[in-house]
Design a binder for this molecule. Structure first.
Ligand code: NAP
Length: 343
């Protein structure tokens, strides 16, 4: 992180990720919905910026962005916050995906990676990126070459640590293996070149697959784990209604768990989170229980819930103080598995 403890945050739980001992608030902030993938993302402007400030105020120091969100506008937005408060924030961004006319394409060529890093630094208005993550492997470039270029950026002082994203891992399972088998093979290869400080992959109450092998792999090697989509793209918050519909530019418009039928079928999961929340007090929300469950999966885990709303940024940060009991965790384990699959 850019520096010292911020005054008044002594009470906020901090976690250490990676062998490089990077200290962050236990709950981060996913900045993607401010510019990409969700309805209304592009219209929020200053309201989103205020959400970043509220997150930092509440001790959510890790701001997760990517050059492709927008594209580029998400980093510009985060850069506006960093310009004022670099010392309060830990910035993680990503490289390796380009938004084309029709498709998103991977580019892991070393020369491109180095140029993309300089461009991200400019947009983020900083001279160092705390965590630089490979967004997707480029099938045309050996991952060792891409990772080697990223390691050069650490040696050049432009980046403090490296991370690997495994959110696109579903293809591995379709070819017969477990969801993260291919990710672990990739991690072994890049570890030969330069240490991995963090892995980012989906982990939530309704998508717990990373618990099988990826999370233990990270824990055993002192690799941090950033939990993407910890709120199940908003479903686990209990604020969405089956059949409400999504704008065409919203990822949920094509997501198999967000048809009216599947949202209705998955209501027992939300009801379970609601029951647990009620035991902890009238102010506690299902979203906070969902995040506390992610936090309970290991000291190396940092959820990065995405939001563009100030209120939710504050609410999500506060989940760091919620401790689930063994009974709560057992109840979550008994919830039905999610219906609706990509396979
Ligand atoms: N590496 C990758 O390939 C990859 C892929 C996906 C995501 N990610 C990272 O993971 C982060 C989180 O994933 P995500 O944002 O897609 O999914 P998420 O965190 O599971 O859910 C985000 C959704 O939940 C809503 N929400 C957030 N807090 C809420 C609350 N307290 N109450 C009610 N609703 C709430 C948000 O609404 P509003 O937007 O309206 O505030 C948004 O629609 C992203 O921001 C990104 O940084 C990475």
């Amino acid at each position: 992180m850019g520096g010292q403890e911020r005054e008044g945050h002594e009470q906020v739980e901090r976690r250490t990720i990676g062998a490089g001992a990077l200290a962050v608030g236990a709950v981060g902030l996913g900045c993607m919905p401010m510019s990409w993938a969700y309805s209304g993302s592009r219209q929020r402007g200053d309201a989103s910026l205020r959400a970043v400030h509220r997150a930092l105020d509440a001790g959510s120091t890790l701001l997760d962005t990517a050059d492709m969100y927008g594209p580029f506008t998400n980093e510009l937005l985060v850069g506006r916050a960093l310009k004022e408060r670099r010392q309060d924030a830990f910035v993680s961004t990503k490289v390796g995906l380009l938004v084309g006319e029709q498709h998103i394409v991977a580019n892991g060529r070393p020369g491109y990676v180095k140029r993309a890093c300089d461009a991200s630094l400019r947009r983020l208005q900083t001279d160092v990126i705390d965590l630089y993550q490979l967004h997707r492997e480029d099938p045309e470039v050996p991952v060792e070459e891409t990772w080697g270029a990223m390691a050069d950026l650490v040696r050049a002082g432009k980046v403090r640590a490296l991370g690997l994203c495994a959110v696109g891992a579903r293809a591995g399972r379709r070819s017969g293996g477990r969801l993260h088998d291919a990710t672990i093979r990739q991690l072994r290869r890049v570890q030969q070149v330069f240490p991995v400080s963090a892995v980012q992959a989906e982990l939530s109450v309704w998508s717990p697959e990373a618990l099988e092998s990826l999370l233990p792999w990270c824990e055993a090697r002192d690799v941090g784990f950033l939990a993407a989509m910890p709120l199940g793209n908003g479903f686990l918050t209990g604020t969405l209604t089956p059949g409400q519909g999504f704008e065409p530019d919203d990822v949920r418009a094509r997501h198999p768990r967000f048809t009216a039928e599947m949202m209705a079928a998955n209501q027992p999961i939300v009801a379970g989170l609601r029951r647990i929340a009620a035991r902890h007090g009238t102010e506690v929300t299902p979203a906070q229980v969902a995040l506390a469950w992610v936090l309970a999966q290991g000291r190396h885990v940092v959820p990065v819930p995405g939001t563009k709303h100030e209120r939710w940024a504050t609410e999500n940060a506060a989940s760091a103080a919620l401790r689930l009991s063994p009974q709560d965790l057992a109840e979550v384990a008994q919830l039905p598995g999610a219906r609706g699959s990509w396979d």
